[in-house]
Design a binder for this molecule. Structure first.
Ligand code: XMP
Length: 344
């Protein structure tokens, strides 16, 4: 009898032991997961609470580019302060085909959205400028001037930014979240960065949770100075338009091939070089366009993968057929380093 009870007891201990191990390991995993896993619903609630607490009933402004970071920050902040957030989209005339309309259509129904057409202002300041760094500097300055004008008009006291963790980790380490920025003419705005602790994958999860369309959530990174870094040499409306059309063809064919999710960036560069060609029976003299398609994890390094030859040929044929100013298409095969991703 005693033996039977001992057996039952030992069995109970064994089961309990196993259960304890299972329970401990489940609890452990949950705690670890709790730390590791990003919970978009609770993040949204906390972020809304924080933004409300900081901004109160004052006005805030955000530069919305249509990229995933600024889009997510805009939607999040507008959930907190509603129409007191003014999302400003500046069309600098260097956008991709259909981009301005797409961003407008996506956001004007969701946000207090302000569309600013400033193409002439930008092009005017860029006249005669060939140096890529100089172009970037001018674009940055004009952008701030336009933005400051709007902030003043709107009476904003806060600036919401879509800064994410790699932005400040790579630049200057952890700076405190509440800091101010003085715009060139003395307007001082307090900065609010609701997604500054997040990484890109978390921002994308948040974007989906906030109901942003996949085109925004998965958008290929697009440089702030836009097509200016893809047109070599002095900018003109004509050259920007050629580059825009060539880029649209590249994007179209890359998407058809299903490579848009694996490539980091894919685009066309309009060089300043003109080469002889023949169209029909007539000699022609037109631009050389270079195709650039790279894989990358963080843009610090990049490599050119093997690309489907049919796709490259189709892109080349379409560009020379559909854009009469182009006579020649070449493919860039250089990795980063030594080359950079963009051409300018
Ligand atoms: P590079 O050309 O330096 O580009 O290899 C690395 C990544 O950064 C993007 N890029 C820019 N983004 N302003 C931006 O906002 C810029 O002036 C700029 N230049 C390059 C580029 O598209 C790539 O993803």
């Amino acid at each position: 009898m005693a033996q039977r009870y001992l057996k039952i007891f030992l069995r109970f201990v064994r089961v309990l032991n196993v259960n304890l191990i299972v329970i401990i390991s489940i609890a452990n995993n949950t705690i670890l997961k709790g730390e590791k896993m990003f919970n978009p619903s609770s993040f949204i609630q906390e972020a809304i609470h924080e933004i409300k607490k900081t901004v109160g009933d004052k006005k805030a402004i955000i530069a919305l580019s249509g990229g995933v970071d600024s889009s997510v920050a805009s939607v999040l902040a507008s959930k907190a302060i509603e129409d007191n957030l003014i999302a400003v989209f500046v069309d600098h005339g260097l956008l991709r085909e259909g981009e301005a309309d797409y961003v407008k259509n996506t956001f004007q129904k969701r946000l207090n959205f302000r569309f600013v057409s400033a193409e002439d202002e930008f092009l005017d300041k860029l006249k005669g400028v060939e140096d890529p760094e100089e172009k970037r500097k001018i674009i940055g300055e004009v952008f701030i001037r336009v933005f400051e004008r709007i902030a003043e008009e709107e009476g904003a006291e806060f600036l919401v930014q879509g800064t994410i963790a790699p932005d400040w980790i790579e630049s200057q380490g952890k700076i405190k979240s509440h800091h101010n920025v003085a715009l060139p003419h003395g307007l001082v705005l307090e900065i609010v960065e609701p997604i500054r602790e997040l990484y890109k994958d978390e921002v994308r999860i948040l974007g989906t949770k906030l109901g942003l369309p996949p085109e925004i959530v998965n958008r290929q990174p697009y440089p702030g100075p836009g097509l200016a870094v893809r047109v070599v040499g002095e900018l003109s409306s004509e050259k920007i338009e050629i580059c825009r059309k060539a880029n649209a063809i590249v994007e179209d064919e890359v998407k058809k091939e299903g490579l848009d999710e694996t490539l980091w960036q894919y685009f066309a560069v309009l060089t300043d070089t003109k080469v002889t060609g023949v169209k029909g029976d007539i000699r022609d003299y037109g631009y050389l366009v270079i195709l650039r398609m790279v894989e990358s994890l963080d843009a610090m390094t990049a490599n050119v993968p093997e690309l489907p030859w049919n796709m490259i040929k189709t892109i080349s044929q379409r560009i020379t057929a559909e854009i009469h100013e182009v006579t020649h298409v070449a493919l860039s095969v250089s990795d980063k380093p030594p080359s950079t991703i963009e051409f300018a």
